[in-house]
Design a protein around this ligand. Structure first.
Ligand SMILES: [Zn+2]
Length: 240
């Protein structure tokens, strides 16, 4: 049914199309993933201005016709995150975050926790007082929380295979979490520090991501990555 759709959304990807148009991959509050076309967006005097670029958080009015893509009819900026755009590490971290959302949350279903998490991370990357926003610790906390919001959080409290709460020694993506020493076949070693990082990162706000060493963080990245590969069938880009 043709009609008008209104939603706040973040631009995940913006692709030049035809002579003057743009195709947008949007993550919206009300409808999850939206594909849209902005006609004439690349003309110098376009009323859309420069806001149809990645990371922009927008208030959108779209027209839904019979085609797959909605048509952008009106745009207002909620936040353009200008400081994020002027920092190389923040840009890289923001791009990887948008890419993770693009790969993991591809349905046209609203997911408010995931939307809020993405906006929160972009705001931290834009905050000049948040020195660790672009660091690997915060990027991995974001990934863990995103996995949780998407319904693919790894099991961390007890063995994902047998339920044993003691002697957790490894991590198995196939089992979907930490595994005990009796079930560690096919797993990789997970240090206590890496396990602790994941438990703490899930519990704490993104701005208070726990600290950990490089080796532990690589284990965390592998744990989240293998969980999503096995259960969401999604492969994420390297976290840094
Ligand atoms: Zn076990």
């Amino acid at each position: 049914m043709p009609g008008t759709v209104k939603s706040e959304a973040v631009v995940l990807r913006s692709i030049r199309y035809g002579e003057a148009d743009r195709i947008l991959h949007l993550y919206s509050v009300n409808r999850g993933r939206i594909g849209a076309i902005a006609k004439g967006a690349r003309r110098p005097k376009s009323r859309f201005g420069g806001r149809l670029e990645p990371f922009f958080r927008l208030d959108l009015v779209l027209h839904e016709g019979r085609g797959e893509l909605l048509t952008v009819t009106n745009v207002a900026t909620v936040d353009g995150y200008p400081r994020l755009r002027s920092s190389g590490p923040a840009l890289g971290a923001g791009a990887r975050a948008c890419d993770a959302v693009l790969r993991l949350l591809d349905s046209a279903e609203a997911n408010r926790p995931a939307y809020n998490l993405l906006c929160r991370y972009l705001a931290l990357l834009d905050d000049p007082t948040m020195e660790r926003a672009a660091a690997l610790e915060t990027a991995l906390s974001f990934r863990l929380k995103l996995a949780l919001a998407a319904g693919f959080a790894p099991e961390l409290v007890s063995c994902a295979h047998c339920g044993e709460a003691e002697h957790l020694a490894g991590f198995s993506g196939a089992a979907g979490g930490a595994v005990c020493s009796s079930c560690e076949a096919g797993s990789f070693p997970l240090s206590e520090a890496a396990h602790g990082f994941m438990v703490e990162a899930v519990a704490k706000p993104l701005a208070e991501a726990p600290r950990a060493g490089e080796r532990e963080l690589r284990q965390v990245e592998r744990a989240v990555g293998e969980t999503l590969e096995h259960h969401a069938h999604v492969q994420l880009r390297p976290a840094a």
